[in-house]
Design a protein around this ligand. Structure first.
Ligand code: GDR
Length: 339
């Protein structure tokens, strides 16, 4: 019998990678989103799978919509990716963020609790929950110290997922995912903003771009590797929390340094702090400036995860390293913007 998976937030990066992965494993995939996000099928088209998915409207703020989906299908596995997932926006929209990212998860769990046949549930927890870190590297046991309404909302979902596992014996697992990127990453996130803007500069579409804090460090992995871990988190006997990370981190500046190697012109850094600039070597033209408006009211300066539990229990490890990731993203964007 074919297994049925429900992916909330199907139009996002992880939705597309996981749907592609599950379809190859012969799952029936139901993808849900808010109606407004629905027209955005470019990521599913990238894998040519947009016609293989059953689409349903499901707004996590509307419990009746969630109930309708769960009573219409017999679902085996739920992957909850739906969220307001941009950290910076959570400062300007804290209430919407909490309603979707925190309470949205609880609404699904409440619907599941009331079902006779309960599906397994995966919650997309985030390394942002570690915030201003209290331990290096971060593991499943590291204390949390969130620094944004987004991270605080994710922390609520993380703990309520654990609570429903312990209180009601529901199979719920969470993946504490460190940053995971790909050519399908939204351009509001820093890695894709860099690869896309550098490619547009090379093609002449734009002359320069601006970033915020380029000294923050992140543990960046490849989304395609991470969705396999998420699936594995629901295949083991005992539900649990798992860190998915590479165990290495780099600053945003390091990411730019790796990305600029693929340009057909040479660049060099000038200045420091807020006056840091990246310029073309031949004519001194500025291609990157720092703008305070991209800084966050409270920042997460350093994240690095230890993935030994996922390695041991799930037999999962990331296959793509930092250099390969940057190369993959740069080559895709350069191709997209070549003339
Ligand atoms: P993050 O990802 O907040 O870690 O959350 P993002 O790429 O947005 O920021 C990473 C770091 O880069 C700095 N930065 C900038 N960020 C953006 N977006 N735009 C800029 O111009 C810029 N300049 C500097 C940020 O300050 C930050 O330090 C991502 C999201 O996918 C979350 O949903 C997910 O939970 C975590 O990763 C794991």
């Amino acid at each position: 019998m074919k297994k049925t998976a429900l992916i909330t937030g199907i139009s996002g990066q992880d939705g597309a990678y996981l749907a592609n992965f599950l379809l190859k494993k012969n799952y029936r995939v139901i993808g849900t989103d808010r109606r407004s996000a629905r027209d955005d099928k470019w990521r599913l088209k990238y894998f040519n799978i947009e016609n293989k998915i059953i689409f349903e409207d499901m707004d996590l703020n509307e419990i009746t919509q969630i109930q309708r989906i769960f009573s219409s299908y017999r679902i085996d596995e739920v992957y909850n990716f739906a969220a307001q997932s941009f950290v910076k926006s959570s400062f300007s929209n804290p209430l919407t963020t909490a309603d979707t990212t925190a309470i949205g998860c609880l609404r699904i769990l409440e619907v599941i609790r009331n079902l006779k046949k309960r599906p397994k549930f995966y919650q997309a927890s985030s390394s942002e929950m570690f915030g201003e870190v209290l331990e290096i590297p971060q593991t499943e046991k590291t204390a949390f110290n969130p620094q944004s309404p987004y991270a605080i909302s994710k922390l609520f979902s993380h703990f309520i997922t654990k609570n429903y596992r312990e209180a009601y014996n529901i199979y719920t697992s969470s993946g504490i995912c460190f940053n995971h990127e790909s050519p399908l990453r939204g351009e509001e996130f820093v890695t894709r903003k860099i690869t896309s803007c550098l490619s547009k500069i090379q093609s002449g579409e734009i002359s320069h771009f601006e970033l915020g804090n380029i000294n923050a460090k992140r543990d960046w992995g490849f989304a395609g590797d991470y969705v396999e871990g998420m699936w594995k988190a629901l295949q083991v006997k005992k539900p649990d929390d798992f860190v998915f990370s590479t165990g290495r981190n780099h600053s945003i500046k390091n990411f730019i340094d790796e990305a600029r190697k693929y340009l057909n012109f040479e660049t060099k850094w000038h200045g420091s702090g807020l006056s840091t600039q990246l310029r073309r070597k031949n004519n001194n033209q500025i291609i990157l400036k720092i703008n305070k408006k991209f800084f966050r009211p409270t920042e997460v300066n350093l994240l690095i995860g230890k993935n030994s539990k996922a390695k041991k229990v799930l037999k999962w490890s990331p296959k793509t390293n930092f250099k390969e990731l940057v190369k993959m993203m740069m080559l895709e964007d350069l191709k997209k913007h070549s003339r």
